[in-house]
Ligand binder design. Structure first.
Ligand code: SF4
Ligand code: SF4
Length: 739
């Protein structure tokens, strides 16, 4: 039974309860034996999981830079900074997580005190004032965990948001945690009930929850109930720990491991296929992308296991929100299901799995059906559709990175999707007609429309912009881009930007006919071979012109966020050493340094559309707002702004593909959805900072129902918004024909 030997001197010598008081003498040893079984089961479960992760390839760099990784773990694993971005689920998860951390520390200290320190020294270190604080903290955090659990229950089973799918594993975990917390408090209440009436029992008020419950337990019944609750609590806790690696509770460890090993480089970065061109030219067989689970790295497999099915990614996904097939949450879960099915078969050796079978099965994908991983899964007895990813799901993605950005445990959907697209595009030729036309145009003329490359720089020449041959000592290389070179609307943006550069006296030049497509779209559509061919061709041309093909020490500026991102983060893999800025950043610098002067007064109100490739991929959020404020705009914001911006629908190569549109079935176009939101913001001007966004919005405003709205709203690029306030005349007409 619990005892309470109270020293006459009071709190300083108040001992803790007897852990095994009132039980058989053998209880302690039974508990030790059970604990050993628990530890062995737990370690076995974790080891099995690690073996399953090791089905994947090595993950270079996943364990480098340990200092930075520890900081990430503290920020996002321990402080849960991403989890709390959403108030209600964030707070209850924080209560649960920290409740369990403190209860775990409390239990560990109790075991240390009772089963080690006391056995060795005959004394206990948890007593006196420490005991009072210790008891209070355990009750406080236990109560917080219980409140968190209640909130989770309400959310999952009463509020039932669309993004949550309730599975049996969720209910089991919640029930198990509830039993542990409840029996913990009941044990404490019964223990205090035994000593109620003792003159020192008042000190137990620090265990404020147990103290309140003690009113329910008195006399001999309290002693019996204490034993009962204690036994249930200890056994439930042991079973909980033993089975953690085999149920949803595993996410406690897989999420922390995923955060620790997450990519620290450029966001949502899909690595290149190393030395692809050389290996292909040498006749080597080159793996194009991911067609079977063994193609993933162990870290990519781990991240599917870290997914908690919280559905935040699905909530943010423009494809899902407009009724398309893609749900990033289901995508990750499909890959995970497939992995687990394959792992079970390998482990149990029920089916002889070898590379040849896998490849033969995967090859059927191209021949017959829409499935990528499904064909292989079916080969090993899995249900197609249950453990598979359909190609249509992969093509729906705009690479907007909303999923990666919001995921509380740092799952990176985009690189996985793009790796699978590579397989579809290059190995299985599974891409729609528009995509194939796009590939052909890129291969023949290095631009999306197959237009004459010599037409690309006509307008820059007309404005007297020097090429790098005319002005080899340029400070900025203006990368005009395909949109900026051929698209009439984007050319207006380019002209406005050039006027600003000229007015500011910036020393700049263009590449002239040497400039090829940056390759962003073709790479994101999975055609890595054409992308690498473009980069190689560009490097060779630069070399042939006796220029430094690394561009070391040179600065590049683009008006297109896609070109900006690709040149900045992806070209360095091919030896480029330039510094790349987006025109939004340069405009901000020029304004802040006083190199451009604007006319005062502006009666317009603007709403800014944050490009995904600026705001999410590159954290460029404040700069465009500062520029617009400097240009005199009154700003209004839409809810989906900053890093939570909603895609225009044109990223990931989707600008060149047909989009599924069946409004009667609730399937909308992404650009329609976004344009409607911007138009309803209460501004008279929509500002974009991307020619692809501009193209998508221009198209959206051509809908009959929007024509009226468009007659009273302006659609400008940020460069045009600045240019119209310059103290020099600019040939800028904007989308609505208004200057
Ligand atoms: S990148 Fe965007 S479109 Fe693709 S899955 Fe993620 S949220 Fe959806
Ligand atoms: S991928 Fe991330 S955001 Fe999406 S459901 Fe899984 S844990 Fe949640």
């Amino acid at each position: 039974m619990p005892t309470h030997e109270i020293a006459e001197s009071g709190i300083e010598r108040l001992p803790m309860w007897e852990m095994y008081g009132g039980f058989w003498a053998a209880t302690r040893w039974i508990i030790y034996a059970l604990a050993l079984v628990v530890v062995i089961t737990f370690v076995y479960g974790i080891w099995q999981r690690i073996r399953a992760y090791r089905m994947g390839r090595p993950a270079p760099g996943a364990l480098d830079n340990i200092g930075a990784r520890i900081m990430e773990l503290l920020r996002y694993g321990i402080a849960q900074l991403r989890v709390v971005r959403e108030a209600f689920p964030g707070i209850f998860h924080l209560f649960l997580f920290w409740g369990f951390v403190v209860l775990f520390i409390g239990t560990a200290l109790t075991v240390l005190d009772e089963d080690f320190y006391r056995l060795i020294t005959g004394n206990k270190f948890i007593h006196g004032g420490f005991y009072v604080v210790f008891s209070f903290m355990l009750d406080l955090f236990g109560l917080l965990a219980l409140v968190g659990l209640g909130m989770a229950l309400v959310r999952r089973y009463v509020m039932k948001p669309d993004r949550l799918d309730n599975q049996q594993t969720d209910a089991s975990l919640i029930t198990w945690i509830f039993v542990i917390l409840l029996t913990g408090f009941l044990t404490e209440g019964a223990r205090i009930g035994v000593v109620m009436g003792h003159k020192a029992a008042g000190y137990e008020a620090s265990s404020f929850v147990g103290y309140g419950l003690a009113l329910l337990f008195k006399g001999g019944a309290a002693e019996v109930l204490h034993k009962l609750f204690w036994s249930v609590h200890v056994l439930a806790s042991m079973v909980f720990i033993a089975v953690l690696p085999f149920n949803k509770g595993l996410h406690i460890f897989s999420t922390l491991a995923n955060i620790f090993t997450r990519s620290l480089g450029p966001k949502a970065f899909t690595p290149s296929i190393p030395n692809m061109m050389e290996r292909m030219e040498a006749g080597e067989e080159v793996e194009m992308g991911y067609k079977k689970i063994e193609d993933l790295t162990w870290r990519e497999i781990l991240q599917t296991d870290a997914c908690t099915r919280c559905g935040r990614c699905q909530d943010q996904c423009p494809a899902y929100n407009t009724g398309k097939h893609l749900s990033p949450k289901k995508f990750v879960q499909s890959v995970k299901d497939h992995w687990l099915a394959r792992w079970a078969q390998q482990r149990d050796k029920n089916v002889e799995v070898n590379q040849g079978e896998g490849e033969a099965a995967a090859a059927e994908v191209g021949a017959g059906g829409p499935y990528l991983l499904a064909a292989e899964a079916a080969c090993y007895g899995c249900e197609p559709g249950d453990a598979s990813v359909e190609s249509v799901v992969l093509w729906d993605c705009t690479n907007c990175m909303a999923c990666v950005n919001i995921c509380p445990v740092f799952v990176e959907h985009v690189p996985l999707i793009n790796q699978m697209r590579r397989e579809l595009a290059m190995e299985f030729d599974d891409s729609e007609k528009a995509c194939k036309d796009f590939f052909k145009n890129m291969d023949t003329n290095a631009n999306p429309w197959g237009m004459n490359p010599s037409d690309k720089m006509t307008w820059t020449a007309e404005l007297g912009v020097p090429t790098v041959f005319d002005n080899p000592d340029y400070e900025y290389l203006y990368w005009v881009g395909c949109m900026g070179g051929y698209d009439p609307r984007a050319i207006k943006i380019g002209k406005a930007f050039v006027k600003i550069l000229q007015a500011a006296g910036v020393n700049f030049a263009v590449l002239g006919e040497m400039e090829l497509c940056c390759g962003d779209s073709i790479r994101r559509l999975g055609n890595e071979a054409s992308f690498q061919a473009l980069v190689t061709m560009f490097k060779t041309t630069v070399q042939e012109c006796e220029m430094d093909p690394t561009f070391a020490g040179k600065k590049v500026v683009t008006t297109c966020p896609h070109g900006f991102n690709t040149l900045k983060h992806e070209y360095p893999e091919f030896g480029f050493k330039w510094e790349v800025v987006h025109h939004t950043e340069l405009l901000d610098q020029l304004l802040k340094s006083g190199k451009i002067k604007l006319k005062g007064g502006n009666g317009h109100t603007a709403v800014l559309h944050d490009s995904c490739f600026l705001a999410r991929y590159n954290d460029i959020i404040d700069e465009p707002r500062d520029v617009l404020k400097a240009a005199g705009y009154k700003m209004v914001e839409v809810p989906r702004s900053g890093d939570l911006t909603f895609c225009c629908g044109g990223g990931g190569g989707r600008a060149w593909l047909e989009e599924h549109y069946e409004p009667e079935k609730g399937i909308n176009r992404i650009n329609f959805n976004r344009t409607d939101e911007l138009m309803d913001a209460g501004a008279d001007t929509i500002i974009a900072a991307c020619p692809l966004c501009m193209m998508m919005f221009d198209e959206a405003t051509k809908r009959t129902e929007c024509e009226d709205k468009m007659s009273c709203i302006r659609l400008l690029d940020i460069a045009e918004a600045v240019a119209e306030k310059l103290d020099v005349p600019v040939d800028n007409q904007g989308s609505d024909g208004q200057a």
